[in-house]
Design a protein around this ligand. Structure first.
Ligand SMILES: *Cc1c(COP(=O)(O)O)cnc(C)c1O
Length: 404
């Protein structure tokens, strides 16, 4: 008999848990979209979004998901035949490059594999080799949600500057905006893309592109820009319909307003710290279990791990079996391993991910970890017993430090 009744827990890396406050803010009748409250609420979102992105630049909003933001970033800065340097540290970094290919951009891909962050020496060499400055943009993820690696974006900018290369730096923060620290202006990022359904705690449906003046200037010669994707009217609307090039995403605007209120009440620094502490709790549990068995964190170096998501390796078929067990027996859905091994291969069942982004308390996370431990026991997966204890210790140590 299953013990999976009661509230089901979703611990996948997006969409993330939706706060009741966000859901309640959205539960209301359709507003007039020509004047009134919705116009002011929509305008109020942008300063708050820029604060979270740590930028004084521009922000365009689209009705769309992360893929829409990817396409928007390309469409506003590039032309067919342009060259882009694609930095891949997992499936998502690669996939942004495929979108560029499809619209006629020439991509040069540097693939750093599935267990490592960017190799700056290789990037430097590739940029040096481009003495004619054919490369117009460099695309990269801050956090690749498939591998859970976190790239050092400030160091990447320093590398680009050291070579004196003028390419635009475009960064995907879809997984981690509002989770992992990010400072767009201080780190010299020209274009940043994000979505609303991960760290921002809103149902999927809003995509954001942040850009600076340099990127906006590139738009003047870009031949991919079209009426719908044009970021200028969206970022600087003269009429309300222009913020979304048509009917506004009314209920997402209400939901996002509430989510931003919640982030503001907690404080962005505290939001980052909470994610960091909870992530350390996750890592400590897996490190412990893995001492006597096949459980292993995908990224070995803690300084290169995202605090929003954790990618785990657990010898096939244990990875799949554990996901099935926690779902059926205990009411918990974990994230699947994405793009880690070819589909249908024997290794494919050897991965899963824990999403720990957005609306998450210590209690919710400890429940997830304890449930994973129950699954390891129930399935006879070799592991060192007691991984929840070091996780509890991380939580306790943090509050002790904070109150003493
Ligand atoms: C989730 C995610 C995407 C894709 O977003 P969609 O909303 O599914 O289109 C892209 N990049 C990263 C890093 C992500 O985490």
């Amino acid at each position: 008999m299953s013990l999976g009744f009661g509230r089901h827990t979703l611990a996948i890396p997006g969409p993330s848990v939706m706060p009741d406050r966000v859901l309640q803010a959205m539960h209301r009748p359709a507003p007039n979209i020509y004047s009134g409250e919705i116009v002011d609420i929509a305008a109020s979102l942008f300063p708050d979004l820029k604060e979270i992105a740590q930028t004084q630049g521009h922000c365009a909003m689209y009705i769309g998901n992360g893929h829409a933001a990817w396409e928007a970033a390309l469409a506003n800065t590039l032309s067919r035949g342009d060259e882009v340097l694609v930095l891949a540290t997992g499936f998502f970094g690669e996939a942004w490059g495929w979108m560029a290919d499809r619209v006629g951009i020439n991509t040069q891909v540097l693939d750093f594999g599935k267990r490592a962050d960017l190799d700056l020496a290789q990037i430097k060499a590739a940029l040096r080799a481009d003495s004619g400055h054919k490369i117009k943009a460099i695309t990269c993820v801050q956090v690749d949600t498939t591998t859970s690696v976190k790239n050092d974006i400030a160091a990447l900018r320093k590398t680009i500057d050291a070579v004196g290369h003028p390419a635009l730096l475009m960064v995907d923060c879809i997984a981690c905006l509002g989770c992992d620290r990010f400072e767009m202006d201080a780190w010299g990022v020209d274009v940043m893309v994000a979505g609303c359904q991960k760290g921002l705690m809103v149902p999927p449906g809003l995509a954001f592109v942040f850009f600076n003046d340099k990127a906006d200037h590139a738009q003047e010669t870009a031949d991919l820009v079209s009426t719908y994707w044009d970021w200028r009217p969206r970022a600087n609307p003269e009429q309300f319909y222009q913020i979304s090039c048509g009917t506004a995403p009314t209920h997402h605007i209400y939901g996002l307003r509430e989510a931003l209120n919640m982030i503001h009440e907690e404080g962005l620094d505290n939001v980052w710290t909470r994610h960091e502490v909870l992530a350390r709790a996750v890592w400590s549990a897996f490190d412990h279990w893995g001492q006597d068995g096949p459980v292993e964190l995908n990224i070995a170096d803690p300084s290169k791990r995202s605090v929003a998501v954790t990618s785990v390796r657990l010898e096939a078929p244990f990875g799949d079996d554990l996901q099935a067990w926690v779902k059926q027996e205990a009411g918990l859905t974990l994230g699947i391993g994405l793009g880690m091994a070819p589909r249908g291969s024997t290794q494919a069942g050897g991965f899963f991910r824990v999403g720990h982004m957005g609306h998450l308390s210590a209690h919710m996370l400890l429940g997830t970890l304890a449930t994973i431990e129950a699954g390891l026991i129930a399935l006879d997966v070799p592991h060192r017993p007691g991984g929840v204890t070091p996780a509890a210790q991380v939580i306790a140590d943090h509050t002790r430090r904070a109150t003493s």
